[in-house]
Design a protein around this ligand. Structure first.
Ligand SMILES: NC(=O)c1ccc[n+]([C@@H]2O[C@H](COP(=O)([O-])OP(=O)(O)OC[C@H]3O[C@@H](n4cnc5c(N)ncnc54)[C@H](OP(=O)(O)O)[C@@H]3O)[C@@H](O)[C@H]2O)c1
Length: 217
């Protein structure tokens, strides 16, 4: 498998790169000029801004699947915190889709969040309350727009919707939840592992699976 990881410097991005290398896959990691990319040997690194279509196309050429672990850099969880680039995900999504089409990459696995799209109905009230009362409320509208761009792209897309992310170990216990009960979370390692497994299979079963390790009802 030949893959590209966007947001390779982040917590989930690093896990995707590390685990893909362990699987023997060929990995291209994309980061902006300031991203800290301390990655395993053999990983090809492409530096470029997300609006730079040429850089994306150079990274995507010949790949089977693009993984996006991009997220908004929020300055904290306080309701007064701001996002470094508030419209990053909605602006990047069409550029990513266009670069994939130009280079003929058919599949995309992108990280969204539990509570986006039709998964909102499955979230407990306190999860929705936390989102509404913190800076996370800035993230959700962005993720909704990002998902709608990917949904209408005609590519084979999976927008994974994880519950709260932790830095716990890989357990192999990630499941697609149809209901959440109590505390729901998933480690970045398990999320990455599930995403890589999904890309190894045939066409994605769900567009927006709600993924968790703990708390599936
Ligand atoms: N935290 C949770 O509990 C939770 C729950 C559900 C879903 N999520 C989603 O999961 C995403 C990934 O989580 P994570 O912990 O891996 O996030 P993270 O560690 O904050 O990583 C975010 C990635 O996005 C990149 N990025 C941010 N702003 C950028 C910009 N302007 N241009 C280019 N790249 C940029 C970062 O690159 P730099 O290193 O260059 O900044 C980094 O690689 C979150 O952002 C969120 O959308 C999170």
């Amino acid at each position: 498998m030949k893959i590209v990881v966007l947001g390779a410097s982040g917590g989930c991005g690093r896990q995707l790169v590390k685990q893909a290398v362990e699987r023997g896959w060929e990995v291209t990691a994309v980061g902006r000029s300031t991203s800290s990319l301390e990655l395993p040997d053999g990983v090809r690194i492409v530096r470029g801004e997300l609006q730079d279509a040429d850089a994306l196309e150079a990274a995507f050429e010949g790949a089977d699947t693009v993984f996006s672990a991009l997220g908004l850099n929020l300055s904290g969880l306080s309701p007064f915190s701001t996002a470094e680039v508030p419209d990053l995900l909605s602006r990047a999504a069409p550029v990513i889709v266009e670069a994939m089409k130009r280079t003929g990459v058919p599949r995309l696995v992108a990280i969204s969040a539990g509570g986006v799209g039709d998964s909102a109905a499955l979230m407990p009230w306190f999860y929705k309350w936390i989102v509404a009362m913190t800076s996370m409320r800035r993230l959700y509208p962005e993720l909704e727009v990002m998902e709608s761009v990917y949904a209408s792209s005609e590519l084979d897309v999976c927008c994974v919707r994880p519950t709260t992310l932790t830095d716990g170990p890989r357990t192999g216990r990630a499941v697609v939840a149809t209901r959440l009960v109590g505390q729901a979370d998933i480690s970045r390692a398990d999320l990455a592992s599930w995403m890589l497994d999904a890309a190894e299979g045939g066409r994605f079963e769900h567009f927006g699976p709600l993924l968790t390790e703990r708390g599936a009802g």
